[in-house]
Design a protein around this ligand. Structure first.
Ligand code: NAG
Ligand code: NAG
Ligand code: NAG
Ligand code: NAG
Length: 405
């Protein structure tokens, strides 16, 4: 069996949840492999609105196992909160699997997120202060605590917890940690989590190598341009959001990855600071913001908006070798007279071969656009490609033609 991966190809908020939910109705297993519970997405099923922050959205499908891989950093108070939500999902206990190798986000990681952000002042990255970055720092610094520590011996957990908390208290004199209260709290979480904890490396190996057909889906969090190595560093998240993160975040070999579906929003959005070549700080961008409801699930922050930038999506294809793309939110472009697509970057008169590493260069590029005629008829009720007005079909075809996906 191979794993099907769904990834965001831009700066996030492409609407992955819609596609994942569609595929999850036919999946046996849905996995999360990186990120934490800052990665929010909304799924609407009939009249119910689900805002997920940590649990794979496959959890809404009764016959589907939901796996939280080792690459995810989880805040267990958050897991326990999401356990009770949404109401009516009573089967999660049998369906949720948490890796024993996943690292734990503590509330002091969240405080540190805030302290670091305050210290950085103007250079701040606009993180969601969920402690995700500091937890990956603890992990890379080889002092983090894993789920296996939590469900292991109490004495072992306590020793490691005290060591980490005391180290951070020395580093950050303003940091207040009530160590005894935290230890007590985690004793409670332990009982709730223990039944869900598995060796996910072994579990995935059995499922992938099973002679029975298993449909396995990986739901990416964040997106290619937020990848810590390949994104617009330092305006990125703290994990690997590109396809390689699927192997390291779940414990599966590269040749177990099958289809890689790239989610492409029909225009581009970005949260927080950093260069954004196709940004429209004008009525076009404002229309996209308003019609597209471009504000964060977790934060409520407004997203910056601009034309579709295929330099970004092409780069994403090079990194992930997409087998197909799904274009979302096309209807938000209904009613524009003209629609532009960014197809190349010029810097000092030279065309760049690929998306650049340097943000300095990125902030100086000039974008080459192709301009397509828009369509005036509403497309939100279209259910098949053939239902779309011809100009909307041309827009999709242009994307396909340029990307060759
Ligand atoms: C991605 O990560 C960033 C930084 O950690 C966070 O602020 C943002 O909410 C995340 N976005 C999505 C769509 O997952
Ligand atoms: C997969 O299963 C086959 C047949 O049982 C076995 O020979 C092989 O070693 C297994 N591969 C892995 C990576 O577990
Ligand atoms: C991301 O991947 C790179 C390259 O494999 C690795 O060096 C880095 O540790 C990874 N980071 C995280 C947070 O997983
Ligand atoms: C992408 O994957 C296809 C198979 O799906 C393969 O034929 C092709 O060589 C790969 N391209 C790159 C650049 O890895």
């Amino acid at each position: 069996n191979k794993v099907t991966v769904v990834l965001g190809t831009q700066w996030g908020d492409e609407g992955k949840g819609k596609v994942v939910d569609l595929l999850a109705t036919e999946a046996d297993i849905v996995c999360r492999v990186q990120g934490g519970n800052n990665a929010g997405h909304t799924v609407v099923v009939k009249d119910q609105i689900y805002d997920f922050h940590l649990l794979p959205s496959g959890i809404i499908n009764k016959d589907c196992k939901a796996v939280i891989g080792n690459g995810v950093v989880s805040q267990h108070s958050g897991v326990v909160q999401e356990f009770g939500f949404p109401p009516g999902l009573t089967w999660w206990k049998e369906n949720l699997i948490v890796s024993d190798r996943a690292h734990i986000v503590f509330s002091f990681h969240q405080q540190i997120d805030g302290l670091l952000e305050a210290m950085k002042g103007h250079g701040k990255l606009g993180t969601t202060k969920k402690g995700i970055g500091p937890t990956y720092s603890s992990k890379a610094g080889r002092m983090g605590l894993r789920v296996s520590d939590l469900v292991g011996s109490e004495a072992g957990f306590e020793t490691k917890f005290r060591a980490l908390a005391e180290l951070y208290q020395q580093q950050f004199p303003d940091l207040q940690i009530d160590i005894e209260a935290q230890l007590e709290l985690y004793k409670g979480y332990k009982a709730q989590l223990q039944p869900l904890v598995k060796d996910v490396v072994h579990y995935m190996n059995e499922e992938i190598n099973s002679t029975e057909k298993k449909r396995i889906l990986v739901e990416g969090a964040n997106a290619t341009m937020l990848d810590i190595d390949f994104g617009t560093y330092p305006y990125v998240t703290s994990s690997n959001c590109t396809v390689g993160g699927v192997c390291t975040g779940l414990g599966i070999p590269p040749n177990s990855v099958g289809d890689v579906v790239g989610i492409v929003k029909a225009y581009t959005t970005r949260v927080g600071s950093g260069p954004f070549p196709t940004e429209q700080q004008n009525s076009i961008g404002q229309t996209m913001q308003k019609v597209g409801h471009e504000f964060g699930v977790t934060t409520g922050r407004l997203r910056r908006c601009g034309w579709l930038d295929l330099m970004i999506v092409k780069y994403s294809h090079v990194l992930n070798n997409l087998t197909s793309i799904a274009v979302t939110k096309l209807d938000i472009l209904d009613g524009f007279d003209e629609i532009k697509i960014g197809v190349a970057y010029k810097h000092n008169g030279k065309t760049l071969p690929l998306f650049p590493a340097s943000l300095e260069i990125l902030s100086e590029v000039e974008v080459d656009y192709v301009t397509m005629p828009g369509w005036s008829v509403p497309t939100s009720e279209c259910r098949r490609y053939e239902d779309l007005p011809v100009n909307a079909r041309n827009y999709i075809n242009k994307i396909q033609e340029i990307l060759q996906v």
